[in-house]
Design a protein around this ligand. Structure first.
Ligand code: XMP
Length: 583
């Protein structure tokens, strides 16, 4: 589906110097009501001459790294306003003859900005002291000719720079991140005061245009979706049904037996959607398997089998059909997404039938220019239930990656720092994933947990007990795989957590809340549950967050009623070094 008919010309172009930041910047500009689109950082200046302003995004590189993102220097000479953020500021300074050098130590997290009293439109109303959020190692050491330093922090002498006559600006901090308290005002000043943009964007008003676009793309054919029950595929399916009529839209939802409680029932209410029951197929293939990577692999393989079966039995390769997908904007840009997104896509793309449809352009992706929040807005406009739209992200392999297994029996081991629990949980250290045991300390103390995990090699998570039925020293990790009984146990604990959190509005306060089953317990109650509420922006990094004691007590009391559960623990690990999921 071409984007050109659907969308206005972007007023703000974000040059992508590092996936996660550029998407957040584009989203924030769109939240201001101005259409922004992401382009590769090297895009020639002439190809983005239409933009009223350009943002060079932040990113993880150093300007001196071989192969690090660059920009066409001509963008600084055309009179278009340019705002460089973090790496973008460094790139601008470097390109215009200033100097960038490695900082003595990196600066990550909150900082205080002192901003000069200036009349410049970018900083209008923002002079003085304020909290910002930094994430950088390199710093600008000398600004290019014609630039003035207008802001600084204790450890960063060049935190905001400006050449107002040329309308070129740089910020070392991240205005797009919520922790920069007045960040949106910086972006708003750039968009409206510096670039003179007009409001032109509201995803809700785009529904009739998207529907027309679907009709144009599909023509006389019909559309088929694999619906996951998630927000994107459900909104795409609903839009297509409205655009083409129920008779011409079909979907299949695969019940893998690894879904959460109530999931399949929610999907069942959608007209035109069939449920393909494959619970026994998935759980059968996973029987006796304990290795996390092997579990993921098996799930991917089984998914491919089901898809092939559906494509064949419904004759979807016949030319009357076109495939619908809930692809959203970050998925269409290569540098976006996370490592696992790539793995999951590979699974789906491996289906020969789907590949064939893609190759001959028989695919409609109604949401390909929208961000997740915008998809939610569209979903609300369509009247879809909040229960569906506001749900937290849930991994494709479902409960399988939250149900830890073990291929050995092993005791809990006491150490001076705490108890070592011999399960294999995944973590990210450096660029690679590692499987390592977990350390249990005796109190819900984030600072201590962080200090320990930084000091100790050989563990990648720290947890603390909330409530136990037996002393930890009497518990044992047992050899076990992902049996239907254990999956049901986890599903039950997860349902309690979701219900209690929803009733207490806690689900709105966290980004995601995995509930994990670990094979740690006693003879009568062989498993335990770990609670993992996290705050995050996009899942790439995450903070473990605390919750109030009464809520935590209510949760653990409910979970301990579940048959077979010996204890409830709380995960105190941030990402990195822990991941959000446990395997
Ligand atoms: P991690 O565990 O890597 O997770 O910190 C980051 C985000 O990705 C989700 N996730 C997955 N999503 N299939 C998915 O569809 C997967 O295999 C998978 N593994 C992790 C996770 O829920 C979090 O939002």
């Amino acid at each position: 589906m071409s984007q050109s008919n659907l969308n206005p010309t972007p007023q703000i172009v974000i040059l992508d110097a590092g996936g996660q930041y550029c998407h957040l910047e584009a989203r924030k500009v769109r939240d201001l009501g101005v259409y922004a689109a992401v382009f590769p950082s090297e895009t020639p200046a002439a190809e983005i001459a239409f933009a009223k302003g350009i943002v060079i995004s932040g990113g993880p590189s150093s300007v001196y790294d071989p192969g690090s993102p660059t920009v066409d220097p001509a963008i600084f000479a055309r009179g278009q306003p340019v705002l460089g953020i973090c790496y973008g500021q460094q790139l601008m300074a470097h390109a215009l003859g200033g100097q960038v050098r490695p900082g003595e130590k990196g600066e990550y997290g909150l900082a205080t900005l002192d901003l000069d009293d200036t009349t410049d439109p970018l900083f209008a109303g923002l002079s003085g002291r304020q909290q910002i959020w930094m994430s950088h190692r390199d710093v600008v050491d000398a600004v290019p000719e014609g630039f003035a330093v207008v802001g600084r922090t204790e450890t960063c002498a060049v935190a905001a720079i400006a050449a107002p006559q040329r309308r070129l600006y740089g910020l070392q901090f991240h205005p797009e991140v919520v922790h920069t308290v007045r960040g949106l005002e910086f972006l708003s000043n750039f968009v409206f005061r510096v670039c003179g943009c007009q409001k032109d964007w509201d995803p809700r008003h785009r529904v009739p245009l998207i529907e027309q676009e679907i009709r144009d793309c599909v023509g006389q054919r019909s559309v088929f979706f694999f619906v996951s029950g998630g927000v994107d595929s459900t909104v795409a399916f609903t839009l297509s049904t409205r655009a083409l009529g129920q008779d011409r839209v079909r979907g299949v939802y695969v019940d893998t037996g690894l879904m959460r409680e109530g999931e399949t029932d929610l999907v069942r209410q959608m007209p035109g959607l069939a449920i393909e029951h494959a619970e026994e197929q998935f759980l059968g293939a996973l029987a006796g398997v304990t290795d996390p990577e092997q579990k993921r692999h098996i799930i991917g393989e089984e998914f491919v089998r089901v898809q092939e079966r559906v494509i064949e039995s419904r004759r979807l390769l016949d030319e009357n059909w076109i495939l619908g997908q809930g692809t959203i904007y970050p998925d269409t840009i290569e540098s976006g997404g996370n490592d696992k997104a790539a793995v999951i896509k590979t699974h789906h793309n491996r289906v020969a039938g789907i590949q064939k449809l893609m190759e001959c352009g028989r695919i409609v992706e109604p949401l390909r220019s929208f961000y997740k929040d915008e998809v939610r807005e569209i979903g609300r406009e369509l009247g879809l239930p909040a229960q569906l739209l506001d749900r937290h992200p849930f991994p494709g392999p479902g409960l399988a990656i939250r149900c830890l297994c073990s291929d050995f029996d092993a005791p809990v081991r006491a150490t001076p720092e705490g108890s070592i629990i011999p399960v294999h949980s995944v973590g990210v250290q450096g660029d690679s994933r590692s499987y390592a045991p977990v350390l249990a300390i005796d109190s819900l103390d984030h600072a201590r947990a962080t200090a320990l995990i930084n000091r100790l090699s050989g563990v990648n998570r720290v947890i603390a007990p909330v409530q136990l039925k037996a002393p930890l020293s009497e518990m044992l990790v047992r050899a076990c795989s992902m049996t239907p009984v254990r999956v049901a146990r986890l599903r039950c604990a997860d349902a309690i957590v979701r219900r209690v959190c929803h009733d207490n509005d806690y689900d709105r306060r966290v980004w995601q809340f995995p509930v994990i089953l670990i094979p740690l317990g006693t003879a009568g109650a062989p498993d335990s549950v770990v609670l993992r509420p996290v705050d995050s922006v996009d899942g790439m990094t995450a903070q473990s967050v605390l919750m109030e004691s009464p809520l935590l007590e209510q949760l653990s009391a409910g979970i301990l009623q579940v048959e077979g559960i010996a204890g409830v623990f709380y995960d105190l690990t941030h990402k990195p070094p822990g991941t959000i999921e446990w395997e």
